[in-house]
Design a protein around this ligand. Sequence first.
Ligand code: ARG
Length: 458
Amino acid sequence: MKLWEGRFDAPTAKNADIFNDSLPFDKKLWAVDITASLAHAAMLGCCGIISGEEAKDICDGLSSIAEDINCGKLEIEGAEDIHSFVENELVKRIGDTGKKLHTARSRNDQVATDFRLYVRGSFDNLKDSLKNLIEALVQKATEGLKAIMPGYTHLRKAQPMCAGHFFNAYAEMFLRDLDRADDSRRRCNIMPLGSGALAGTSYPIDRNITCELLEFDGPCANSLDGVSDRDFVAEYLFDASLTMAHLSRLCEDLILYTTEEFGYFEIADEYSTGSSIMPQKKNPDIPELIRGKTGRVYGHLFALLTTIKALPLAYDKDLQEDKEGFFDAEKQVINCLDIMAEMLGAITFDTARMAKAAESEFCCATDVADYLAKKGVPFRTAHAITGKIVRSCIEKGTTLQKMKYEDYAAFAPQFGEDITAIVKAKACAQARNSFGGASPSSVKENIKSIQKRLRQYR
Ligand code: ARG
């Protein structure tokens, strides 16, 4: 049965139906659709718009539909969308009373409400997966407290750092994502129900009742905006996109650091793949795939932004395009977060190799300049002197570590015998104990602070 058949003489063409239908993908909304309808029916009963008995019959009917879908007894098929499916099924079960459910409601405020309920749950799932990943990163940072590795700028070795610093940097990114999801959820949790088709309703509804039953923070204050707003979907897609950006950066670093060339980390066999032709290969398919899926999630964000661009008020059918991309983005981002958290547990460190790398390529040069500056040489001059030392090392094929005190003293009288202990990677990392710095003690503080902030999110 079509919801609008009264006005029409001829049925819609088969292909027009297929093109128009959203049931194949919006059937995912069945549970929230029934939840919202239960609240709507209860409110209609409370306000005397339908009788208490009618409200009860409708609610019982809706509950029996939910039960049957849940246990697989009822297939979701044969309707235009999930809203028509549930309503048709209700009428099949309880007769004409079922036809009263749609009083003071339109599918426009219904779909907007359903989708908000669904996306609200998606934000909660996103938050859970983010929390899980942050915990895995903090665990890795703790394991890395004793290890020293080189930090990079321009992908050139820059300064030694405690390896835990690397993992905490990502934990910070995902903490921001967690905060963003929490904040977006707050804006998502506003109720369009009661907006009607676009202009509200002449029935004496009480939107506070439905609001409370559905645990929304409040009813939307403008019905035109209520039925047409999809900002909450765009926000989820943006939040997911930025999370994917962060994941893709982590993936790129992991791919690099597990190469034969770097060799700082190793991904366990359980999370690695081989080659069909090259027997020696151990490939990082999982981080590569996460990196690859980033583009797909960005695509869904841009698709929705384009759909809502220049869309006239209020509801337009274009808005039906808000769902498929969202469902896919949600699936991808959650899968990626969860597999990343799992894979991190399977990563081991080659601490000897990391430590060696942290002392190579003059990673300790800044500390030589800082040494002089602390002895009163203006930093710019100290920088120039150290630059000359590095150049002379390159020419002679030696290193800052192999240089003796006398060799340093030849460049500046401020050098003392202690300079040879300064140019050790471990000492350089330990020295950077400013707040937020890369020393093991600063990293330990960072871990504590991340754990404390993490606990603030439910
Ligand atoms: N399937 C529709 C959607 O997802 C439901 C709303 C239909 N409203 C309408 N006025 N045709 O947007």
